[in-house]
Write a protein that binds this ligand. Structure first.
Ligand SMILES: Cc1cc2nc3c(=O)[nH]c(=O)nc-3n(C[C@H](O)[C@H](O)[C@H](O)COP(=O)(O)O)c2cc1C
Length: 314
């Protein structure tokens, strides 16, 4: 199923931005299963504008990587606008992070801190929307804590400032990732605004998505942790079943190759978490993860992947 943001049509399932996960190699694995909207890792606007190599690469888009949104984080409207222009030049859409609960980001007045500084949040969205023509989305939470759940008013203000869609992670900042997402919030936000609402939090299966669509009228769902070790998760949530047996050795090795092409010799360390996620729930997984995490030799790691994923039927 599809929905529209401005005059553009998207699949109604999308991949969440995840720092340390949704890099170009991971997105290339997700792309094998469909053409859903995917988000970059969180990109520091300031570093992007200054042209820091590592940040610039995070906002890079390969030709096949579309539709693609770069998520920017920052607190200065002018810098955020400049960063958005850079992202748009890549052929990406722009998502503004107003939900990150990580203390370093919050202390800097960025991410979810902006939910406590609505005037500034509004200035940021206005500056970014004025600077680009592509869709601008804002991703935020319910509020700082249960006593300060301002997401409906906040969403309205961001919409009025120019946001073309709103993405709600239905937890408070205080919750971080604990407890469960408050799915009732999606309907309340949806009723309050006339732009698309994307529901996020604990959506892992087609049944989860069906429930949220039915109960909230949300326009799309966004999948985060459900895609760890499962780049085909969006396809599953959309009702397809492309990898019934889970990750195969060839699939994991292809992901490792993509990481090697992108990160060079560092790939083997970056790959560890992905390999571990692929192995979750498989017989002998714990022992396998322990071995993989201490093996630095790429050839040995590849052999271990071949025999673990090749022989396991679970
Ligand atoms: C490892 C990890 C990294 C994340 N990094 C970001 C990020 O950079 N920007 C962001 O807006 N949210 C980030 N999130 C939050 C997710 O985008 C999403 O909102 C959250 O995980 C809830 O969705 P889920 O229950 O489907 O995982 C991250 C989550 C995880 C697990």
């Amino acid at each position: 199923m599809t929905f529209r943001i401005k005059n553009l049509t998207f699949e109604n399932v999308m991949l969440a931005p995840m720092a340390g996960v949704t890099d170009a190699p991971f997105r290339s694995m997700v792309r094998r299963f469909g053409n859903e909207l995917v988000f970059s890792e969180m990109v520091l606007a300031e570093s992007l504008v200054r042209g820091h190599d590592k940040t610039t690469r995070m906002a890079d888009r390969t030709e096949r990587d579309a539709p693609f949104a770069v998520q920017i984080v920052g607190r200065d409207p002018a810098v955020m606008a400049d960063a958005a222009v850079i992202a748009e030049k890549q052929g990406a859409f722009v998502d503004i992070n107003m939900g990150c609960p990580v203390p370093k980001i919050v202390k800097a007045g960025e991410g979810s801190a902006l939910m406590e500084d609505e005037d500034r949040a509004e200035r940021i969205v206005r500056a970014v929307s004025d600077a680009v023509r592509c869709p601008v989305t804002v991703k935020f939470r319910l509020g700082v804590d249960d006593e300060r759940r301002n997401y409906v008013d906040f969403g309205k203000r961001m919409r009025d400032a120019g946001a073309s869609a709103l993405i709600l992670h239905a937890r408070t900042r205080r919750q971080m990732y604990s407890g469960s997402a408050d799915e009732k919030a999606f309907a309340l936000l949806k009723e309050a605004v006339d732009v698309p609402v994307v529901a996020n939090g604990d959506i892992r299966t087609a049944a989860d998505a069906a429930r949220v669509f039915e109960q909230s009228g949300a326009d799309a769902v966004m999948v985060g942790r459900g895609a760890l070790g499962k780049p085909w998760a969006l396809a599953e949530v959309a009702g397809r079943n492309p990898m019934p047996g889970g990750a195969t050795a060839d699939f994991v090795l292809d992901h490792l190759k993509a990481l090697e092409n992108y990160y060079g010799h560092k790939a083997i360390f970056i790959a560890r978490k992905h390999i571990a996620w692929y192995s979750l729930g498989k017989r002998g997984g714990a022992a396998f993860r322990e071995k993989i995490n201490t093996e630095d030799d790429p050839a040995a790691v590849k052999e271990m992947i071949g025999s673990f994923f090749g022989t396991d039927d679970g």
